[in-house]
Ligand binder design. Structure first.
Ligand SMILES: NC(=O)c1ccc[n+]([C@@H]2O[C@H](COP(=O)([O-])OP(=O)(O)OC[C@H]3O[C@@H](n4cnc5c(N)ncnc54)[C@H](O)[C@@H]3O)[C@@H](O)[C@H]2O)c1
Length: 340
């Protein structure tokens, strides 16, 4: 199932592993991985993973990808066994997870703590496989919720310092940019340096203090400080629920675009003065306890290394919001302590 490689045209090859590939995010995400815009001049080999009950659906997706004329598409392999899929993966997009509200092993999963435990168990196995079988400098983006704690569990199980684990907060950052752009009445591309601090949950802190509109503070363009506290912050925090209420299903195309944007941000050096948002392991920056997977301002260096930007400042109010979200991460960590 592979296209002929024109060596003049396609200089590189990359292996991308996607879990939850038959889900709604997967359907929107996977074509974008192979359209040549994200991984330029690169053949993309896909390893698509699903649970055994669903894996057959992936044959249909593979047929559609073949039928879509993607010159950058390499091989498509389908798995119901993550460990087998994980060999030599350069990027792991861990989208699959058990959602709240479904019946799992005879029990309806309502509590976040149950969700943490069930998904946590899955991420132990996936982490071990990535640590042993993934490429040396593999990057892992956890999308499946609760994303930060799933990533924490996976990263601990992987125990491989050369690999980078992240949880996705780009969707929150994109939502925040859109809300600011609407308020200012400008294009979204004119908003930059949009940081999502903390947990990918309603406690996250979308940081308007450091955000820029055309290189000056958005606070100069939007002087209404009440709007930030009473409208902007809660709207970003609750946007996922608002989409579920309106659509009857959780965000999918925007989540897929955010995953693509995160990969793009990691594969290309960050422009000076800007940053991107993802949750990554804390090394104590901004007084966040070491080892937690926390949303930070990040930059990609020209070497490809991803680093926390350390020189942003937060107001006391901002610090308090970050510390509330960090407390939630600490509580989630305690709930899964036996998996770490
Ligand atoms: N971080 C974010 O910003 C963000 C945004 C939107 C959604 N999400 C989360 O992304 C996840 C996926 O969302 P969706 O809308 O695609 O859900 P979905 O239910 O449509 O698809 C999830 C898929 O994952 C599969 N799956 C479950 N466990 C798996 C496992 N162990 N291995 C492989 N596949 C597995 C399921 O069979 C299903 O096909 C959910 O957890 C959702 O909450 C995160």
């Amino acid at each position: 199932m592979s296209h002929i490689t024109n060596e003049e045209f396609m200089k590189k090859e990359i292996n991308v592993v996607v879990t939850g590939a038959a889900g709604q995010i997967g359907y929107s995400l996977i074509p974008r991985l192979i359209d040549g815009n994200l991984f330029k001049d690169t053949i993309v080999n896909l390893s698509l993973v699903e649970i055994p009950q669903v894996v057959e659906k992936l044959e249909g997706l593979a047929m559609e990808l073949d039928d879509s004329y993607f010159p950058h598409l390499g091989s498509i392999d389908i798995y119901d066994d993550f460990s087998a899929a994980s060999h030599n993966g350069n990027w792991f997009l861990l989208v699959g997870s058990i959602p709240r509200g479904i019946v799992y092993k005879g029990k309806k999963i309502e509590e976040r703590s149950d969700l943490l435990k069930i998904n946590g168990g899955i991420f132990v196995d996936q982490g071990k496989a990535i640590g042993s079988n993934g490429a040396n400098e593999a990057k892992v983006l956890v999308v499946g919720n609760p994303a930060n704690t799933n990533a924490l569990i996976g990263m601990n199980a992987a125990n491989n310092k050369d690999q980078t684990w992240m949880a996705m907060t780009m969707l929150d950052s994109n939502r925040a940019k859109s809300m600011l752009a609407k308020k200012i009445n400008c294009n979204v591309s004119e908003i930059s340096k949009m940081v999502i601090w903390g947990n990918h949950s309603p406690t996250m802190y979308p940081d308007f203090e450091n955000a820029l509109y055309k290189n000056s503070s958005v606070k100069e363009a939007i002087s209404d400080l009440d709007w930030f506290s009473n409208s902007f912050i809660p709207s970003v925090q609750q946007r996922g629920k608002a989409v579920i209420d309106a659509r009857g299903a959780s965000s999918a195309t925007s989540a897929a675009k955010a995953a693509i944007d995160t990969i793009h941000a990691c594969e290309n050096p960050t422009l000076s003065g800007d940053c991107f948002s993802a949750a990554i392991m804390s090394d104590g920056a901004y007084d966040v306890p070491e080892g937690l997977i926390c949303g930070f301002p990040l930059m990609t260096l020209s070497s490809g290394k991803i680093e926390i930007i350390r020189d942003l400042s937060l107001s006391d109010g901002g610090k308090q919001r970050l510390s509330q979200s960090v407390q939630e991460l600490i509580d989630e960590k305690s709930a899964v302590q036996d998996l770490l």
